[in-house]
Every structure is written in C-alpha cells, then in structure tokens.
Design a protein around this ligand. Structure first.
Ligand code: TTP
Ligand code: MG
Length: 362
C-alpha cells in the first residue's frame, strides 16, 4: 500500500552500506587478518580481480575491480583471501533480519546495501539502533545515512565511511549540495561528467548557476532530473519489489580488431562477472546478447534466446561465443564489445524481487 507522506522533508529514509563488506567478514573471522591489508578476490600470483580490500589495504591505493597483479605491486605483503560467497550471503541475510525488526519497507540494492523507509518512525533513532545491532550481534560496522529521500540518504552514508553515521536535513542539504562535484549526482557517470566539465560545470553550484533552459534543451528529461538532484529533490520511493530487467558489461578495445579470436578473452571475463552477478541476485537468464560497435561507430546487437535459463560461466561463455561466431558480422574493425543478459527467471520467487532473490537462500 502506498503511503501518503504529509511532510516530504521529514527524515524517514535510511541507507545502510556495510564497510569493506567481504574483507571485514574475513577480518572478523580470523584474528591474524585484523588491522592488516586484506584483499578478497584475485590470487596472489596476480590472476583475477580484487572484489574488495580492507581499509588498511585501501591506503595503498587498492580498490574493488583492480587487477590482482596491480594490487600486489602496490602492496606486496597484502594478504589475499579467496571469496566465500556462501558466507557473505549468510551474513547479508543476518543484516537483513536486523532491518526487518524495524520496518517492512526495505529495498535491497546489493549484497551489502539497502534503503529503508521508517514511515511514521524516527529514522535517526532507527538508524542508530540498526548500526548498534549490526555491531553488537554481527561484530561488523555499517555506514548509515539518514535523510528525507533516497538520493540524500545514500549520499549521507558515503560521507563518513567507514563506521559512519550521517544525517542530512533540508538545511544541511542546502549547504552541502552546491559544494559537491557533479559526479555525486545520480545519473552522472564518467561520460556526462566530461560533457559537463566541458561546459565549465564542475560542482553542483556551477550546475545550479548554469542556464537552466539550455541544460533541459540539451539533455531533455535527464537534464531536468539532474537539476532536481542538484536541488536535493528525489521523488523515488523505497521500492520493495525492485526488479532487475537486464545486466551487461562492455569494453572499448585498446585497439580496433577484425580478429575474432582476440575477442574471446573479453567474452570470458564478461561471462565470469555476469555469472557472479546473476548468482548473487539469485537469477537465471534466458537471453544472451552480444553488442559490437565498429570503427565507423555503427552499433549492432545480436541475441540468442534459450529454452532453459542459465547462470553458469560455462553456459554464458558458450552462448556468447556461439553468437559471436555465428551471428556477428566481422566485416570491418570492431572497437567495442559487450555482453548482456536478460529475460530473467526467478527460480525461487516467481512474483517479485525480494531480498532472498538478491542474496539467495542460505
Ligand atoms: P561495496 O559496498 O561497493 O564495497 P565494500 O563494502 O567492500 O566497501 P565500502 O562500502 O566500505 O566502500 O561492495 C560490497 C561488496 O561487493 C564488496 O565487499 C565486494 C563486492 N564487490 C565486488 O565483488 N566487486 C566490485 O567491483 C565491488 C564494487 C564490490
Ligand atoms: Mg559496502
């Protein structure tokens, strides 16, 4: 049932994001890892990528998605630990059980992150209580943000990481927002950031001072949305039935190629990561799509829909390879390759996406 909120500036939204999630769990469970640079994912011989790094390791510049080889260069004595998804999912479920004590309105975003709407309750008190429960019961720290909408609550949880607790009120939002780099606004990725920078827009203040009509003319609906975020406005509700429609990965090649074999390693890496992502959301897909962009910037996509849903690396890779070899024209050099999965099947919950779909049953 939709709730009608009388005061749209009431502090009712909480965003919780666990700190260095996988690494903190490993440090909690092994005394020898505490206060040390710990890397989860990738291997010490330099294969694979970093899933996450403890805050001690981050001091060396190590971060998620960095090749393990590079991480090892930056910190040769770092401790590498293989991922143990089963364990992380079970902790994620415990965190979720804590949320449920306080509200039913929960929107899981990923394995370690969620939005909560406390309705008539006091989000500052609830946020504190959740943080305390997570610490005393699970011996882990979370960063918690409280505000009057989702955008600001997430901004808040990120501000004092790790172990942060930050409240953004309408008053503090007015002060804070103009000072932020535009990248902090939802919808501003690397590409939009560059475009804005080219117009001389670096901070939210720059954006607010810019010709409003020009921005809306240039970006249409997105320009309008951007300005709304810049003013701290976000009308989206905490959505308990978040549905994921597709997920994808793509890479611009360092050099254009017409040699189809050179594309295989990309498909391998996309398949590994998409399989992981499907697994952590407890989804299987029936459609695989390969996207290619050519040196003349023409873009094509080719798909294959299967009878049976899949989620394993091997199945994804073989389907991707089939499409690449059978359906993708290689008549001129390719500059970008991508892989997408869609047409999801929810093996455990046919109606809606719940937290269980994201983390799986453990
Ligand atoms: P994040 O919340 O992005 O990162 P984090 O919890 O490790 O660190 P912090 O929030 O304190 O900045 O992601 C949660 C977990 O998801 C992370 O512990 C490992 C996993 N993950 C990957 O496997 N690959 C990735 O590229 C990212 C970003 C996260
Ligand atoms: Mg986190």
């Amino acid at each position: 049932m939709e709730k009608v909120r009388v005061d749209s500036n009431a502090l009712t939204i909480i965003h919780v994001d666990m700190d260095a999630f996988y690494a903190s769990i490993e440090q909690r469970d092994n005394i020898h890892y505490r206060n040390k640079p710990v890397i989860v994912g990738g291997s010490p011989d330099g294969r694979g990528v970093v899933s996450t790094a403890s805050y001690e390791a981050r001091k060396f510049g190590i971060h998620s998605a960095m090749p393990a080889r590079r991480a090892k260069e930056l910190c040769p004595f770092a401790i590498f630990i293989p991922t143990n998804m089963k364990k992380y999912k079970s902790v994620s479920k415990q965190v979720h059980d804590i949320f449920r004590r306080y509200t039913k309105l929960i929107e899981p975003i990923s394995i370690d992150e969620a939005f909560l709407d406390v309705g008539e309750g006091n989000a500052v008190e609830v946020g504190r209580a959740i943080k305390k429960d997570i610490y005393t019961e699970l011996h882990l720290t979370a960063s918690v943000g409280v505000s009057y909408n989702k955008f600001l609550a997430k901004l808040a949880s990120d501000m004092e990481k790790p172990d942060g607790f930050t409240v953004i009120t309408p008053k503090t939002a007015d002060k804070l927002l103009p000072t932020l780099p535009v990248r902090k606004l939802w919808g501003v990725g690397e590409k939009t950031e560059k475009e804005l920078n080219r117009l001389g827009i670096f901070t939210v203040r720059d954006l607010l001072n810019y010709d409003r009509d020009f921005l809306i003319e240039r970006w249409g609906r997105r320009g309008y949305e951007l300005l709304k975020f810049a003013h701290g406005i976000d009308d989206s509700v905490v959505d308990t039935k978040q549905e994921v429609k597709s997920m994808g990965e793509e890479t611009t090649l360092s050099q254009d190629t017409q040699n189809i074999r050179e594309l295989e390693p990309y498909l391998k890496s996309f398949s590994a990561s998409l399989s992981n992502r499907l697994y952590s959301k407890r989804l299987k897909c029936k459609t695989v799509t390969i996207k290619t962009k050519y040196n003349d910037f023409k873009l094509i996509t080719r798909s294959k829909t299967l009878n049976e849903p899949i989620d394993s690396y091997e199945e994804l890779y073989s389907t991707g390879k089939y499409i690449l070899y059978q359906r993708v024209p290689i008549d001129r050099p390719i500059r970008l390759i991508g892989m997408q999965v869609s047409n999801f099947v929810y093996p455990y919950e046919p109606i809606q996406m719940t937290f269980t779909d994201i983390i799986g049953d453990v």
